[in-house]
Design a protein around this ligand. Structure first.
Ligand code: HEC
Length: 140
């Protein structure tokens, strides 16, 4: 009896360790998938003068949703993403999104509200910033 009981107890720590390992693995997997859905790793190139101006405006007006490096947040998608390559979302779609906003259609974040405080010239600089960062990350 005593021997059996001891053997049973000896298995418990192993089971707990296994349980912890499974939970940890699930956590790592979950963190990985949500990061993929909401934000991407962005490589920052050396920016042209115009792109630097665009970056300043981007940080002020867009980063709260799209991330400081345009890699996305839990409120908006990454713009450094193949969906937004120039062939698929040309400069006109940026100008439109900024002046008129855009309804939710590619992502689950909701609608993008218009950003009328950002003037057309400023949007051009933002586009330059996004395109230079896209190119540095293999999106062109
Ligand atoms: C309040 C959050 C928010 C802010 C601020 C914001 N965006 Fe967005 N933006 C979004 C969301 C959410 C989407 C994705 C809509 C979808 O496709 O589901 C989006 C989509 C876009 C698109 C894609 C448009 C299309 O045609 O599909 C562009 C381009 C864009 N944003 C640029 C910008 C720029 C530039 C700024 C700053 C001037 C900005 N956004 C500010 C939330 C935001």
């Amino acid at each position: 009896m005593a021997g059996q009981k001891q053997a049973g107890n000896a298995k418990t720590p192993a089971l707990i360790a296994l349980l912890i390992a499974v939970i940890a693995a699930a956590g790592i997997w979950y963190a990985g998938t949500t990061r993929q859905a909401e934000a991407v790793e962005v490589r920052m190139p050396k920016l042209s003068t115009m792109a630097q101006a665009g970056q300043r405006s981007f940080v002020k007006n867009c980063a709260q949703c799209h991330g400081v490096q345009a890699g996305g947040t839990d409120k908006g998608p990454p713009l450094i993403h193949k969906i937004y390559e120039p062939n698929h979302h040309g400069d006109a779609s940026f100008l439109r999104a900024v002046s008129a906003g855009t309804p939710q259609h590619h992502w689950p974040f909701g609608d993008m509200p218009p950003q009328p405080q950002v003037r057309r010239m400023e949007t051009q600089a933002i586009i330059q910033f996004v395109r230079e960062v896209q190119r540095a990350n293999g999106i062109n």
